[in-house]
Design a protein around this ligand. Structure first.
Ligand code: ZN
Length: 174
């Protein structure tokens, strides 16, 4: 009788440990496919298209609808500025001006006020600007194309007098 009890309890321990082991094994394959699929989903996102289209809106409330635009270095950026308001260009003109790194937004905008004849872009400071649209009024839109500059964070503004404080954002090149 004693021998039988020992064998039975040994069996019970073996079965218990087997059961525990199989439970752990079942859990592992469930985690593995999840990791694999995440990797597969992330891979296509790293492919950078040659051209990126960006649409940004300005309105009669003196606001852009985006405060951040992200592109990749070397991409051709096809940027469309839409003025979704109704006010005339003389009263509520908007442009999209991408400043070179290190250019002070307020300083450039102050100079732009005096450059009405040059579409609010000071002619002697063209080196401070990477790209810009012309200034448009309500209902208009304009598209420009330029090559995304070197990686970094840049600032874009509307240089129409008094607008840069409300109308600016970050242009992030990855
Ligand atoms: Zn504006």
């Amino acid at each position: 009788m004693k021998k039988n009890l020992i064998i039975l309890s040994a069996l019970a321990i073996t079965m218990a440990s087997c059961g525990g082991g199989s439970t752990e094994k079942k859990a592992e394959p469930m985690k593995a496919p999840a990791k694999t699929s995440t990797t597969e989903e992330a891979a296509p996102a790293e492919e950078v298209p040659a051209v990126v289209e960006v649409v940004i809106e300005g309105n009669d409330q003196m606001k852009f609808n985006l405060d951040k635009i992200e592109v990749h270095e070397g991409q051709t950026v096809k940027l469309t500025l839409k003025h979704v308001g109704t006010m005339a260009v003389e009263a509520m003109g908007h442009n999209w001006t991408l400043l070179a790194q290190g250019v002070d937004m307020a300083d450039y905008a102050a100079a732009a006020v005096a450059a009405k004849d040059n579409d609010y872009q000071p002619a002697d400071r063209s080196a401070d600007v990477i790209a810009h649209t012309k200034t448009i009024g309500g209902g208009d839109e304009v598209t420009i194309e330029f090559t995304a500059p070197a990686k970094g964070t840049y600032t874009y503004v509307c240089t129409f007098p008094g607008h840069y404080g409300m109308m600016n954002g970050k242009f992030i090149v990855k």
